[in-house]
Design a protein. Structure first.
Length: 275
């Protein structure tokens, strides 16, 4: 309704179009044009519009839009002004920092970092870890953005849990996948120095990094890299690392399982000492 009024329509003009079936009401003051049936994105956009121009999609619904979690049956929105929830919409009240909100698929939504922080107050340790892993696989994980989001809301519910998840996720004891566990065993048997796992290098979240050798190893499981978008993203990531004078070795699950000696030989051949 507020968009139509901005365009110059009057209340009566909107009501006439609704009465004759050109507009279809979904929430108070929110209409679809020409037809009633909405896609999931349409329902999400309608919920955001119902709470005004400063509202954004948030929490589980934002996570689903980003592809890093499962949606709840209620649509979650966040607005700076306290408003009542509706039958199908759960309203949250918060004044968002500009970095905490963005647009995805045309829908105002909390950023990935803010979405994860919001979910930290609702999910247990394991489910929150899976959300972070999903963000990592989708190339959406930005640990610096997460740290800034937590710094802005140090007393937010779930902050301590998220810090604990991040500490375990980035630390050298990280064994979040069978592929990484197998690689750790391989380099341990070879007596190689312990690398860093799941750390930011030149702004890129990498699987394995030896800073003393300026060598990154990316462990490519098929389920992580089956889509064309992921394939293209990996090439951009590799170029970013190479421009920072970082060597990159990609190791597939099949090669690690069937040719571990060859993988180890590649690591040894690519290592170098930084002066």
């Amino acid at each position: 309704m507020w968009q139509l009024l901005t365009l110059g329509f009057t209340d009566d003009a909107v009501l006439r179009r609704a009465a004759c079936g050109r507009l279809h009401r979904h929430h108070r003051g929110v209409y679809s044009v020409g037809h009633r049936k909405l896609t999931p994105h349409g329902h999400r956009m309608a919920a955001v519009l119902a709470y005004g121009p400063e509202a954004v999609l948030s929490h589980q619904t934002a996570a689903a839009l980003w592809g890093i979690g499962q949606p709840s049956w209620k649509i979650h929105v966040t607005t700076p002004h306290s408003k009542r929830s509706r039958r199908t919409v759960r309203a949250h009240t918060a004044v968002l920092h500009p970095e905490d909100a963005t647009i995805r698929d045309g829908i105002p939504v909390t950023s990935v970092a803010r979405t994860i922080l919001d979910l930290a107050g609702q999910l247990d340790h394991d489910r929150l870890t899976r959300v972070l892993e999903d963000a990592d696989r989708a190339g959406l994980a930005d640990l610096r953005a997460l740290e800034r989001a937590m710094a802005r809301r140090p007393r937010a519910r779930g902050t301590a849990r998220l810090k604990a998840v991040l500490a375990g996720y980035r630390g050298p004891a990280d064994t979040r996948s069978e592929l990484e566990r197998n690689f750790r065993r391989l380099i341990a048997r070879a007596g190689l120095p312990e690398p860093q796992y799941n750390v930011l290098v030149a702004g890129v979240l990498v699987d394995v990094f030896w800073p003393e050798w300026r060598l990154v190893v990316e462990l490519d499981g098929r389920d992580y890299h089956i889509h064309n978008r992921a394939f293209e993203r990996d090439r951009v990531r590799d170029a970013t690392l190479q421009k920072a004078d970082i060597r990159v070795l990609r190791v597939t699950r099949k090669r690690l399982d069937n040719e571990p000696a060859a993988v180890l030989a590649d690591v040894l051949a690519l290592r170098r000492t930084v002066n």
